[in-house]
Design a protein around this ligand. Structure first.
Ligand SMILES: *[C@@H]1O[C@H](CO)[C@@H](O)[C@H](O)[C@H]1NC(C)=O
Ligand SMILES: *[C@@H]1O[C@H](CO)[C@@H](O)[C@H](O)[C@H]1NC(C)=O
Ligand SMILES: *[C@@H]1O[C@H](CO)[C@@H](O)[C@H](O)[C@H]1NC(C)=O
Length: 180
């Protein structure tokens, strides 16, 4: 029989895993006022972004002085050319929260004059959720006529990891309650 001593760590671990699976608020640049012209590496916000896995439903948080700066969500073309004239969305409240509501790339540039040219820009790529569901259909006997399943092999590691996330926490909880 399992004691509380063994049960508690398992529950804590399951809880931690669950919280990893949830949508997150992500502070851009990892600190307040990171939305500014980078010091000397023109790509520094994107270097930060590369360390993250952005998922559908996550929120980007950008903090800046609303008197002197703003955030524009733009197309890829306008991101590359620092064209601020026709943004998809414009945020200038100083405490901007942007929902990453679909998979694929999002492009942001500063709305302040000349800032984008000096490197104040950010690109994030949001991982697909649909593909994950597609790659893990409900358990069903395969149709006999079905061809070999080449689509499975296209599952990217990232998607597999995301799926493993909720699965791992769910099975851990299952283990925990078996012991109760
Ligand atoms: C930018 O420069 C300031 C002062 O020169 C320094 O304190 C800060 O750490 C630098 N930030 C980065 C991201 O290099
Ligand atoms: C610029 O970057 C280099 C290398 O990352 C660093 O050593 C240097 O301190 C930086 N300069 C400033 C002013 O932040
Ligand atoms: C900026 O983008 C707008 C619309 O996307 C376009 O009409 C305009 O010509 C562009 N300006 C420059 C300087 O490229």
């Amino acid at each position: 029989m399992a004691s509380l001593k063994t049960l508690v760590p398992v529950l804590v671990l399951a809880f931690v895993l669950f919280s990893f699976c949830e949508a997150k608020d992500i502070l851009v640049g990892g600190s307040e006022n990171a939305w500014k012209i980078p010091n000397n590496s023109s790509d520094s916000l994107n270097q930060w972004a590369r360390k993250y896995r952005f998922r559908v439903g996550d929120f980007l948080i950008l903090k800046y002085d609303s008197k002197v700066d703003s955030v524009l969500q733009v197309t890829k073309e306008n991101y590359e050319s620092c064209n601020t004239s026709k943004p998809i969305n414009e945020y200038k409240d100083g405490n901007t929260k942007v929902e990453l509501d679909e998979s694929g790339p999002f492009y942001f540039i500063s709305g302040a004059d000349g800032h984008c040219q000096k490197g104040q820009k950010l690109q994030v790529v949001v991982m697909s959720e649909k593909h994950y569901d597609h790659d893990n259909p409900p358990v069903e006997p395969p149709t006999p006529a079905a061809a070999p399943v080449p689509s499975k092999s296209s599952t990217s590691q990232a998607q597999a990891k995301k799926g493993g996330c909720s699965l791992a926490s769910a099975s851990l909880l299952g283990v925990a309650f078996t012991f109760v």
